[in-house]
Design a protein around this ligand. Structure first.
Ligand code: HEM
Length: 137
């Protein structure tokens, strides 16, 4: 159980960090008109999404599910937490959509969407941490 929790924490740090970083990375990739910079940046962004954010998300969700099943927990805070985690999964998918979009056309107008997405991610992570640490329900 402690090891499972440790795995959950390590995966969370990776996932939350990548989710906060990705919108800024995506927005930064649309700022240059240099084709070489753009190609390398698009490659880096896709690599962070595929090799860091997605495996960490799968590990966080898998270890969280194992904690939930091994502890036989069915409290209200956990159900609300799963709702905020679902929001984080949607933001993860939206990062993927933005990456595909800037790969086709690096339009700077994506910046506003990245700002909104980054803010939403910060709110959802804070809400999830509050729910799990304060257990208000
Ligand atoms: C499907 C996804 C997830 C599931 C099923 C899940 C489930 C769980 C469960 C059952 C526990 C043990 C609670 C306890 O022993 O009291 C736990 C602990 C924890 N989870 Fe998650 N979790 C998930 C995702 C997340 C996310 C995305 C975050 C943060 C953004 C998070 C943060 C934490 C923290 C900080 C703890 C430690 C709480 C403590 O020891 O008091 N979890 N999680």
């Amino acid at each position: 159980m402690p090891l499972l929790k440790l795995l959950h924490f390590m995966a969370l740090i990776g996932w939350c960090g990548a989710l906060l970083y990705l919108p800024a990375l995506i927005a930064a990739g649309t700022r240059s008109s240099d084709a070489l910079f753009y190609r390398d940046h698009a490659h880096l962004t896709r690599m962070v999404f595929n090799l860091v954010a997605t495996p960490a998300a799968l590990l966080a969700i898998g270890s969280g599910t194992a904690l939930f099943l091994s502890g036989a927990l069915f409290d209200a805070w956990l159900i609300v937490k799963l709702t905020t985690v679902t929001g984080m999964v949607v933001c993860h998918a939206l990062c993927g959509v933005l990456i595909l979009r800037i790969e086709r056309l690096p339009e700077p107008s994506v910046g506003l969407e990245c700002l909104l997405l980054g803010s939403l991610v910060a709110v959802l992570i804070s809400a999830t941490l509050w729910l799990v640490l304060a257990k208000p329900f």
